[in-house]
Design a protein around this ligand. Sequence first.
Ligand code: SUG
Length: 447
Amino acid sequence: MSTSEVNFDGLIGPNHNYSGLAFGNLASSRNAKNVSSPRQAALQGLEKMRTLHRLGYRQGFLPPQLRPDIKVLRRLGFSGSDRNIIGKVARQAPALIPMVYSASSMWAANAATVTPSADSNDGRVHFTPANLVTTAHRAIEHEQTQRCLQTVFADKKYFSVHSALPPQARFADEGAANHTRLTTDYGQRGVGLYVYGRDMHTDATKLKFPARQTLEASEAIARQHGVLDSAVFLQQSSTAINVGAFHNDVVAVGNGPVLFFHEQAFQPDSQKQAFAELYRAIPFQPVCVPAEKVSLSDAITSYLFNSQLLVGDDGSFDSMRLIAPTECRDNDSVNRYLSELVDDPSQPIREVKFVDVRQSMSNGGGPACLRLRVALTDEELSAVHPEFLLDEQKIDQLQQWVKIHYREELAPCDLKSPDFLNECYTAFDELSQLLKLGSYYEFQREC
Ligand code: SUG
């Protein structure tokens, strides 16, 4: 029985927009109020999925969440028909509009933390949806995320989908963006590396931006998944957070036994201890990028570490491939570094392939943010809902659906129009028919 890594990318919704909602995420702030292109965004995302599929990786996707989230607005005291509510909110509380319209579920690396069956205590794959409590527009995701995961990974014999952690700052959790499973073989027992920004003792006055992941949350997830004893916890450096590393996957990426990371990503004492534990657990291979070659600031603007680190064509961790955003090619120091890296025989990264996900990048989401990795045995893979696994034909169909339903341009003020709500509902309705999901979205279950 073989085990492989499957990437489930977030399919980008028709509501993709730039509303500057994520404080500490510099790209989101820089592009606030710009006009987005939902159509380009979704097509770019699907082309990235096609690229991986063509390279021989198993590729899946997670559907976009229903937006606007009228259920949240009803809980906030608005009533009437869905269209009516949008009209009222636009007049009475316009600041709530971008919150309920964000397409942020596209960043599937924040959907959940995943522990493969080879590591968990009961031999099942475990998922904990991230509560995302740090930002209001993302804190509303976990309910739909849980439902989505229960649909895609429905078979309880193989999969266990938990509820999100209690939605409190102390248990702030941002999912797989701060978790890396390191192993020598996907099917063998591995070790979960949990990176966090703060714990109970962190002096928040030293932080310019929010530290979105807490140690308490990471510990709770490791406990839920039955891997607390083997888990390794590592603290982000305040330097990295203050320069804009709102998630660890902006300054580090790992796969197999390899951790590719920036020299300033972690708090030094914590790094020393965590690396010692990793060396004891597996033949750990750290690949450190020195600040003198790539500054933290270049790493964050180019999203070098938000690349997808993948096995090579032979399926091994000996010659790996990096799927990097085109911004890395456009940044002189990063591009130079990458040319040197692939020629350096002391480490396993042999190839870099660039992908264009600029629409997502402008909101702070690179190639690695867009995917949730799930290591699955062949048997588990055959238990995944087949509609969420991609081949060329399914990608063509989804692209066709995007071309019919998505706007070429969307300004944040367009979200206030009740007509845009109908456009979104029509797109979501068609998608659920395309995927034969029945009444998957809330509005389809009403009346
Ligand atoms: O949570 N941006 C997302 C980007 C998430 C990237 N994910 C990972 N690094 N794994 C965030 O900051 C911006 C939305 C807006 O401003 O409209 C946003 O939510």
